[in-house]
Design a protein around this ligand. Structure first.
Ligand code: FAD
Length: 491
């Protein structure tokens, strides 16, 4: 077995990992990043679109795993989208150099300040809104669509219809910023450059236009010369050594998932940025198998960020419709957060099926009043999730209220095309929590009961943030790593 010693290891190349890597490398530290997914830029393999799922569409699966309408069989490949199935909820995650930024819709939303203060009462909100949020919006290249282009572009009929209907039903709408380069999209529309968002590319990757992490934080970190990224390296378990350093058992795989080499890495400092589910799996599995110390708060305060999908069909499709051609990048939202009875935010989501299915799709984000808990089952070697219909009851009530109000004003029925009963309570894109900042960790993400271990990813957020989470994950990672470096944790 190959045995390697390095000073600092980061596990995972999503938002938390990419931020940590950049700031450590800028401070002159040598960093090795282990990522189980593929480096797609280096591999030079194009991403597939929604209508023709190929290599990038699923992590080692025989069938595609889009949230609905999966009719495609696949040859297993280390694709960028994975789904973790639990009894009452399915959780989608990104795999590959760039993590979730490869598969996500790019919606870059800063949380409402009042809710941020409620979720993180101990953080200096003023500093976040004056410094960290503006900083990450710049680093992530967040921009907004031009209103005239939105008005004229046939690919955004779904947004225009969605907003009109929302206004008719008495809801307030908002423009949603994104990391997709809207100037590029305008050129796509004029056929001056290859199409991506206008060619049904999104959850299986965007070949152009989207500023995913490989084009922002990770590129900058690599340019320092201090970062080495090892892809197709999956960390299995972690051991704590007597001298308080860590030993990682790592499997290197090929693109069909076959084991190529067992490797051992030793490091003085370890940063877990494997995403909420990945980080919890590493901690809890290592605890079960290696007596790895974990604090009692680990696994607690997990939530789905209030994710709840729903849809509507029109009674008379010919009179309405959202368009056969749709951009994959959402730009509109309905903001009902300040309603004390039914607080929610919903994305007016595209459904680019290549035909007019006369269906409107919505991903609601609700408060999470009842949190879940994550544990580990040694027999099945997998995570278990204490989460059922009782956790999503209020979210369902909000979705019912929303659909009823929309249908009353605009006509239409609950969508049975997309979900069994019209509701997708079990679809989760935003797993958060389980390793909450200031509870399982100190105020900057250093794990309790450890001297050289840090968590920097979505698991720091206690299950809810009220909007799509990556802007917040990035800002919290910036805040933590800045302070950890200041405190000479990596000296
Ligand atoms: P991740 O981005 O999940 O990165 C973790 C990385 O660690 C992954 O690359 C993974 O492969 C790797 N890893 C895990 N375990 C191991 C291991 N044992 N060894 C080695 N590597 C490992 N959020 C928004 O804000 N806006 C959106 O529009 C949006 N749309 C979404 C759409 C979809 C389909 C999905 C799935 C998510 C979406 N999200 C969106 C959510 C967002 O992408 C995630 O919240 C975010 O990526 C989480 O960041 P992270 O740093 O916690 O970890």
């Amino acid at each position: 077995t190959e045995n390697t010693d390095v000073p600092i290891i980061i596990i995972g190349s999503g938002y938390g990992g990419a931020v940590s890597a950049l700031r450590l490398c800028e401070a002159g530290k040598k960093v090795v990043m282990l990522e189980m997914g593929l480096n797609w830029e280096k591999a030079g393999i194009p991403f597939s679109n929604l209508l023709k799922p190929g290599k990038s569409s699923a992590w080692l699966k025989k069938k595609s795993i889009a949230p609905f309408m999966n009719i495609f069989s696949l040859t297993p490949f280390t694709g960028i989208l994975d789904r973790l199935d639990f009894e009452h909820i399915n959780i989608w995650v990104g795999r590959g150099v760039g993590g979730g930024s490869l598969v996500n819709g790019g919606m870059a939303v800063t949380p409402k300040e009042s809710y941020f203060r409620e979720v993180f009462p101990d953080l200096d909100a003023e500093k976040f809104y004056s410094h960290y949020f503006p900083l990450v919006r710049e680093e992530l290249k967040v921009n907004v669509i031009d209103e005239q282009f939105l008005k004229d572009c046939p690919y955004y009929k779904f947004t225009r219809v969605g907003e009109e209907e929302a206004h008719k039903a008495g809801f307030k709408t908002m423009r949603v910023p994104n990391v997709y380069d809207f100037k590029y999209m305008e050129k796509e529309f004029r056929n001056e450059v290859p199409r991506s968002a206008l060619n049904t590319e999104v959850i299986y990757g965007n070949n152009y236009g989207k500023n995913s992490l490989d084009k922002t934080y990770l590129r900058k970190a690599l340019e320092t010369g201090n970062l080495e990224i090892l892809d197709l390296h999956r960390v299995q378990t972690i051991q704590l050594n007597d001298d308080k350093s860590y030993t990682l058992n790592v499997q290197q795989i090929d693109t069909s998932g076959i084991l190529i080499a067992d490797k051992v890495f030793n490091c003085k400092k370890l940063i877990l940025s494997a995403g909420t589910m990945g980080t919890l799996q590493l901690l809890l599995q290592s605890h079960a198998e290696n007596n790895f110390p974990v604090h009692e708060k680990i696994g607690k305060k997990w939530g789905n960020n209030g994710n709840f999908m729903t849809g509507r069909n029109w009674v008379k499709p010919l009179s309405g419709g959202t368009g056969a051609k749709q951009s994959t990048i959402p730009v509109g939202g309905i903001d009902n957060w300040d309603d004390p009875e039914h607080p929610f935010f919903t994305e007016i989501a595209p459904l680019p099926m290549g035909m007019d299915v006369a269906t409107a799709l919505y991903l609601l984000i609700n408060r999470v009043d009842k949190k879940g808990e994550v544990a580990y089952n040694k027999a099945s070697q997998s995570l278990t999730l204490n989460w059922d219909e009782s956790n999503t009851a209020k979210m369902k009530e909000n979705a019912q209220y929303f659909i009823r109000k929309m249908n009353k004003a605009n006509g239409g029925t609950r969508s049975h095309l997309l979900f069994n009963n019209g509701f997708g309570a079990d679809i989760c894109y935003h797993p958060l929590g389980g390793c909450v900042l200031g509870e399982a960790t100190n105020e900057y993400g250093k794990l309790k009961d450890h001297e050289n271990l840090y968590v920097l990813d979505g698991s720091l957020i206690p299950g809810t943030i009220g909007v799509n989470p990556f802007v917040t994950i990035t800002a919290i990672a910036e805040y933590c790593i800045e302070n950890l470096i200041k405190q000479n944790e990596f000296a």
